[in-house]
Ligand binder design. Structure first.
Ligand SMILES: Cc1ncc(COP(=O)(O)O)c(C=O)c1O
Length: 501
């Protein structure tokens, strides 16, 4: 087979640019129709067994399939069965809708398809720019900090914790890169979290070889925020017991309730006991843009590393997280390992800035910066701030409506854009197990019906419904509709459970 034939077989009919252009325009029409009609479609639609099988039981075809057929199949069999986060009545987890310009950015980035690790290439400079913007939002000095776009919060956190471990080893005079944690000479490296900390922290600790039994859980207050005095006491006790407390992870917006830990006081404890302070702001670090939340975010800039996900509150399409470390050189010492075939020199040939691969896990890296650049530049600082302010206001409005509805109970006042609440049975029976069971049924029913979508969590051992407001188009009417749907589902669930018992 000739080289030309090979190229032809992967590009197929698309090698003809007229065909590419035509299908490109049709694809944009498809997306525009999808976005335009989204309010009249179910938020989420469970798939039938046949619909699932149609997707997963396909065989790789022996011969190529025409591109227009593939795009038609996508429209028919794939697009309608989305998670729902594009819909303004989606209130699940921490998933925002893609900003429209971010959708375009994904295609444009794919056209260039660079590996954003090394070289004198535009995508690298764009990543430096957007990471600089995020660095400014969290209040770090861009001259000495270093950030990287990564796949999401989990990898951002893992990266921050790896730098924390390096910091601890350097401070104590051992070489974690050469010797692993065995170099610590038998001392346990302890990390402090709360029971609200995202599970990816524990996962990161496990992956770094520190073991999940090295994770200490600090008590929280009635707003689910870390208690810094309890932290100080626990660290002092662990030190006295011969352990090495090395890291505390605070949250700028927990997943469960949007709780913001008191960074300033935690930073004081960290400074006193030589702990690394990592802030998980995957969801809520951008809450720092809110003019009235300045007090809550005071001290954020004192963190040693921060995770902030553009694919959460900033509506940059998945995947896109960001890790920012205050000490650029420490981050480089944690990860730098450049094989000869990748060595370049700035100003010579393809040589550009130091490779991003020297600061993190990945070598070949996608062009995530383009969607961040387009989305953030399109909104501007004002647009981003307006969105944060609007979502916080909507969450407070939702909480107020919950508090006024006799069939509902507000579990905790929202600090950011997450509202946790419960349906209360009309017969006055508050047996906790029964109330939990009714609320579980409410969640499932609301999700399956497709008129709105919310998820749940467990707080102080009780099952609660959880609505997070992250869509740019959600209105107060949508919130009213959500509560109406929840109350109707609650009444049905109550009847169902009563019939069963
Ligand atoms: C507070 C917080 N941290 C970390 C994560 C993990 O982020 P990702 O799912 O992007 O890996 C999440 C995910 O929802 C989160 O809400």
């Amino acid at each position: 087979m000739s080289e030309h034939r090979l190229i032809d077989s992967i590009a197929g009919s698309m090698a003809d640019l007229a065909e590419f252009r035509k299908l490109g325009h049709e694809s944009i029409d498809l997306v525009a129709d999808y976005l335009g009609n989204i309010r009249s479609t179910p938020v989420f639609r469970p798939m039938t067994p046949a619909e699932r099988d149609r997707l997963r039981e396909q065989r790789l075809p022996a011969e190529g399939t025409a591109a227009d057929v593939i795009i038609d199949d996508f429209a028919q069999d794939v697009l309608p069965f989305a998670m729902g986060n594009g819909h303004p009545r989606f209130f699940g987890w921490v998933n925002s809708p893609p900003a429209p310009i971010g959708i375009l950015a994904e295609m444009l980035a794919a056209a260039q398809d660079p590996s954003c690790d090394v070289g004198d290439i535009s995508s690298l400079y764009l990543e430096q720019a957007v990471v600089g913007w995020l660095t400014e939002i969290v209040g770090y000095d861009p001259e000495t900090a270093m950030g990287l776009l990564v796949s999401g919060g989990s990898v951002a956190i893992l990266t921050g914790l790896a730098v924390a471990r390096q910091h601890c080893a350097e401070a104590d005079g051992w070489d974690v890169r050469a010797d692993g944690v065995a170099g610590a000479g038998g001392k346990r490296l302890l990390t402090y979290v709360t029971d609200q900390t995202h599970s990816s922290v524990r996962k990161g600790i496990e992956l770094l070889g520190l073991g999940s039994s090295s994770v200490r859980v600090v008590p929280t207050d009635d707003m689910f925020r870390m208690d810094p005095d309890a932290l100080a006491r626990m660290v002092a006790r662990d030190r006295a017991d011969g352990h090495r407390p090395f890291c505390v992870v605070a949250s700028a917006g927990t997943t469960n309730t949007g709780a913001i830990d008191p960074f300033d006081r935690i930073a004081d404890v960290a400074a006193e006991h030589a702990l690394w302070l990592h802030v998980d702001g995957a969801y809520g670090a951008v809450g720092a843009l809110h003019p009235q939340l300045a007090d809550a975010y005071a001290g954020l800039r004192r963190a040693d590393s921060i995770a902030l996900d553009p694919h959460k509150w900033l509506s940059v399409p998945v995947e896109c997280g960001c890790v920012i470390v205050r000490d650029r050189e420490l981050m480089r010492r944690t990860f730098s390992l450049v094989p000869p075939y990748l060595r370049t020199e700035e100003g010579k040939g393809v040589g550009g800035p130091p490779s991003f691969a020297e600061y993190g896990i990945q070598q070949t890296r996608g062009f995530r910066a383009l969607k961040v650049w387009m989305t953030l530049r399109h909104a501007g600082r004002r647009g981003l701030t307006d969105q944060v302010v609007r979502h916080v206001a909507l969450a407070r409005h939702l909480a107020a409506m919950v508090a006024e509805t006799p069939a509902l109970e507000l579990v905790v006042p929202p600090q950011l854009s997450v509202v946790c609440f419960r349906y209360l049975p009309s017969d006055g029976d508050r047996d906790p197990t029964r109330v939990d069971a009714i609320n579980e049924l409410v969640e499932r029913r609301v999700q399956a019906e497709g008129r709105a979508f919310l998820t749940s969590t467990v707080l102080r051992d009780r099952f609660v419904l959880r609505a997070s407001v992250l869509h740019y188009a959600t209105t107060e009417d949508d919130l009213r509709a959500l509560l109406h749907i929840v109350c109707t589902a609650g009444a049905t669930a109550e009847r169902e459970l009563t019939r069963e018992s």
